[in-house]
Design a protein around this ligand. Structure first.
Ligand code: AVJ
Ligand code: FE
Length: 433
């Protein structure tokens, strides 16, 4: 150990682990019944997420990095996401609420001790603090999953937060992103996960992209125009899914101008990005609007490419870590902010709210970049590569900054809408534009 870099990496890792645990504690501060019940077959009981967070931290940081004795060597299978699908988790002999809380506390105490003593440079898994950053991100990813579980939970509200800030800027409609190569992905971001690596050049033809995500008001016009009832706008797979599931509006909308967020029913904010739509709904809206979803490369070029220097930045606003004025992240607010609420977070070309508010569906399947190498385990990304999953970008109000950057890639099935997902539209530029 020693050295300024290592001191910074240690301090950052400790702060990120602490912030994640504060969030997990809030999300699991409910009665035993709420903690152990399955609120939706799509989700795990909250108490499974909690102990799974501790178990991953034990496997990677206590046993692998710290070379310590196991805290519990009898529960690994229960908390292996690949051994038990979400729907079956309530019937497992899980740790109870008290046991799960004690388990994650014991693991964390050991981890903070290990973080104090282990050298952070040079070692395969630990270089630059990666293993600690990976585990902080993992906990925050489950915190967003637990937030989605809260959104599906019935009964009195359990979470509260101040409303998002108001719109303070006129964002316009769309911008032209001139064609040409840009650097996609990263080899420099220390805590980037395997699927964001390596940096590589991608040539992207000129395209137009919306300056903001599609709003509730815009989406309501699609509904009122009969968009859900017209197969012209839907892919064959999307139409089949729409009919089979009887989809006629976003999840959590009631059809009377109100929606429910975390147990509170309120008027839908017309100026806020639409949320809780699946890929098929997003693609149908885009077709109806005479547009299309952006590809993943287009989204990242809009978010990172600096036309002045030709460099790719960490975020739309530059290289600075996200602050409160840049983006609606970190569960500070429990819904998307209206368009125009974050002018300080806009890209050089004037594209707003790429980071935070809602995950944005792209038209791209989830694949590894050229030169991809699974690290540190195949089950994080590689096993999901193929044509089944669509990539989402940008993070939501439920995503922490540690798990959100211009290169970060999320993925889900095109039918999923319990996640905090919306979208923006794009279109090809005309020749010569
Ligand atoms: C990246 C959000 C798709 O939740 O399935 C959590 C993150 N991986 N534990 C997921 C993850 C292992 C992953 N997503
Ligand atoms: Fe996990």
């Amino acid at each position: 150990g020693g050295g300024a870099v290592s001191t910074d990496a240690r301090a950052r890792a400790a702060a990120d682990l602490l912030r994640a645990r504060a969030r997990s504690t809030i999300l699991t501060d409910v009665g035993d019944d709420d903690l152990t019940r399955q609120h939706s077959p799509l989700m795990s009981p909250l108490v499974w997420d909690l102990a799974h967070i501790g178990n991953q931290e034990e496997l990677w940081l206590v046993r692998d990095v710290g070379r310590r004795e196991p805290v519990r060597d009898d529960i690994d299978r229960l908390y292996d996401a690949f051994k038990h699908p979400r729907a079956t988790r309530p019937s497992l002999p899980l740790l109870g609420p008290g046991e799960a809380r004690a388990y994650v506390r014991t693991v964390r105490d050991k981890v903070l001790d290990i973080l104090d003593t282990v050298p952070l440079e040079g070692a395969r898994l630990v270089d630059g603090g990666f293993a600690f950053g990976m585990i902080a991100q993992h906990e925050q990813q489950h915190d967003e999953t637990m937030l989605a579980t809260h959104q599906l939970r019935e009964g009195d509200p359990a979470l509260t937060a101040p409303p998002p800030p108001p719109s303070i800027a006129d964002v316009g409609r769309e911008v032209l992103v001139p064609g040409g190569p840009f650097t996609m992905g990263t080899s420099a971001e220390p805590w980037a996960l395997d699927n964001e690596r390596p940096a590589h050049e991608v040539d992207v033809a000129s395209f137009h992209i919306d300056t903001a995500p599609v709003t509730n008001a815009q989406y309501a016009v699609f509904i009122d125009d009969g968009g859900y009832l017209d197969p012209r706008w839907w892919s064959p797979e999307g139409w089949h899914h729409r009919v089979h599931k009887g989809l006629v509006r976003p999840m959590h909308w009631h059809g009377d101008g109100t929606c429910t967020h975390f147990g509170v029913r309120a008027p839908i904010d017309p100026a806020a990005p639409v949320v809780h739509v699946c890929y098929h709904e997003a693609a149908a809206y885009a077709a109806w609007a005479g547009r299309r979803l952006p590809t993943e490369a287009e989204w990242e070029k809009a978010a990172r490419h600096d036309p002045e220097t030709g460099r790719s930045r960490r975020y739309p606003w530059g290289d600075a870590d996200p602050g409160e004025a840049h983006a609606n992240l970190g569960q500070r607010h429990l819904r998307p902010a209206p368009v125009g609420a974050y002018p300080a977070g806009a890209s050089p070309l004037g594209v707003h709210q790429l980071i935070g508010d809602v995950w944005e569906w792209t038209s791209s399947d989830f694949h590894g970049y050229p030169g991809f190498a699974a690290f540190p385990y195949r089950e994080y990304s590689e096993v999901f590569f193929g044509t089944e999953y669509k990539v989402l970008r940008g993070g939501s109000f439920g995503t922490d900054a540690v798990a959100c950057r211009g290169t970060f890639r999320n993925w889900d099935l095109p039918v999923r809408r319990q996640i905090f997902a919306g979208f923006r539209c794009a279109r090809d530029a005309r020749e010569g534009e």
